[in-house]
Design a protein around this ligand. Structure first.
Ligand code: HAM
Length: 411
């Protein structure tokens, strides 16, 4: 019979990997709680329209990468990211009535139909933060601090923070017009998608992965059209204020004028954190401000900013963490007594296993030494005398004690 395998671009997270995942999840709770963020869990599938309207229907993610299916004549999509879902939930649950800022964090699987490679999967996990209600640049600085401090708590360094400003609709219009002007002579040579983007959303043109289009975008007259040359005074002030906060906080960053991000909802601040120890998929974190998204999805006019990190990429940077051993392993050929004693220990907060197979004691101890700290030997002699032998599996020391003293000895 053929064996059914995991789908291309998906991976099992096995028990041996779990210590790293638990570490990432616990640190997220610990670090983000310090900033007053609360965890939120939103559904894994949403109405397709949420992403078309939220992320943008001319983005690569929405156009090419979504897992979309129909059920009861509704178009549904496995979430490719979680900002749109969190915003939907914020609106639907009336969170605008809470006192601002509202800070939410999340973790969970996301789905993008991408070409799998090292650091890029079709089902991957993100941990992220979204902060609602503050338009001042101090919120941008705090969100970047949350990301940086989370990465520090994971013990990761050799990372670089890149910043840019995507301005506001006003400055963007001037940029779009100039970009369209330089691209006009090449319009017929651009791919079909780019021709649509040219009309509908010229900002997304530069994301195109078609080699012929990239060749055109690499031409000097196109490359010279840089967004930062079009930024308005207010947006420049916001960006400068953010940079001085970061300078005060001693967060090292560089300004990357070409950083545009692949999602439509951003305005003003965008940022990425890259690792110098990953291959081509080196972005561990991406984020930015999205002041119009809540309103565009039918909510109040509430500004927001956030980020998300790829947990598989974080896990590969963290490396291996040893599994914690169970405390006790009951070695016995009397299953009825072993199951009773094991349960008594568990009821007293001590993790415990026993061998169901009634193998020789040496074999059982050998097995115990791989997964447990102590072997609790319950042989015929011990059962008769009401005593028990404890063997420390790390030092091989052992002693026989009265069964009544076992709990205090293990604790
Ligand atoms: P994003 O840049 O699309 O942003 O994704 C954030 C991070 O998720 C990336 O930096 C990367 O680490 C990880 N990631 C993305 N795609 C994959 C993949 N196929 N395989 C493995 N890891 C991946 C967002 O998703 C925005 N929602 C971030 C945000 C939150 N902006 C504001 N708030």
């Amino acid at each position: 019979m053929t064996i059914i395998k995991a789908q291309k671009g998906t991976k099992d997270i096995l028990p041996a990997d779990m210590p790293v995942w638990h570490f990432m999840e616990e640190k997220a709770n610990e670090v983000f709680s310090k900033y007053g963020a609360k965890e939120i869990r939103t559904p894994i599938f949403e109405a397709t329209e949420l992403f078309a309207r939220g992320v943008g229907d001319t983005t690569y993610i929405v156009n090419k990468e979504m897992y979309t299916f129909e059920k009861s004549e509704r178009s549904l999509t496995l979430r490719p990211e979680n900002t749109a879902g969190v915003v939907r939930s914020f609106i639907e649950n009336g969170m605008h009535r809470l006192s601002m800022p509202v800070k939410l964090w999340y973790k969970g699987p996301m789905f993008r139909y991408e070409r799998p490679q090292a650091g890029r999967q079709r089902q991957f996990h993100q941990v992220g933060v979204e902060v609602f209600g503050i338009k001042q640049p101090a919120a941008d600085a705090e969100v970047i601090l949350m990301a940086v401090n989370y990465l520090k708590a994971l013990g990761l360094n050799d990372l670089s923070v890149e910043l840019n400003s995507l301005g506001c609709p006003k400055c963007r219009d001037n940029f779009k017009n100039s970009l369209k002007q330089v691209l006009k002579p090449y319009l017929g040579e651009l791919c079909e998608d780019c021709q649509t983007r040219y009309e509908k959303n010229p900002l997304r043109l530069l994301d195109c992965k078609v080699p012929e289009c990239q060749e055109i975008f690499a031409k000097p007259e196109v490359r010279n059209v840089i967004f930062s040359d079009f930024i308005c005074e207010e947006c420049a002030e916001h960006f400068n204020a953010l940079k001085s906060y970061l300078d005060e906080l001693k967060i090292t960053y560089s300004v990357n004028k070409l950083l545009v991000r692949g999602l439509d909802y951003y305005n003003r601040t965008v940022f990425e954190i890259k690792s110098n120890n990953l291959g081509s998929q080196n972005a561990v974190c991406g984020g930015g401000r999205y002041d119009s998204l809540v309103k565009n999805l039918g909510g109040e006019d509430i500004p927001a900013i956030g980020f998300a990190m790829g947990m598989e990429r974080l896990a590969s940077l963290i490396g291996k963490i040893e599994e914690t051993k169970t405390t006790a392993f009951v070695v016995s050929n009397n299953s009825a007594e072993a199951i009773k004693l094991s349960e008594e220990l568990r009821n007293n907060g001590i993790s415990c296993e026993f061998d169901f197979s009634n193998k020789k004691f040496v074999k059982q101890i050998e097995k115990a030494s791989k997964t447990a700290k102590y072997a609790i030997i319950l042989g015929e002699d011990e059962l008769k005398t009401g005593k028990i032998t404890i063997k420390n599996l790390e030092t091989s020391e052992q002693k026989t004690i009265s069964k009544d003293l076992l709990l205090s000895e293990l604790k």
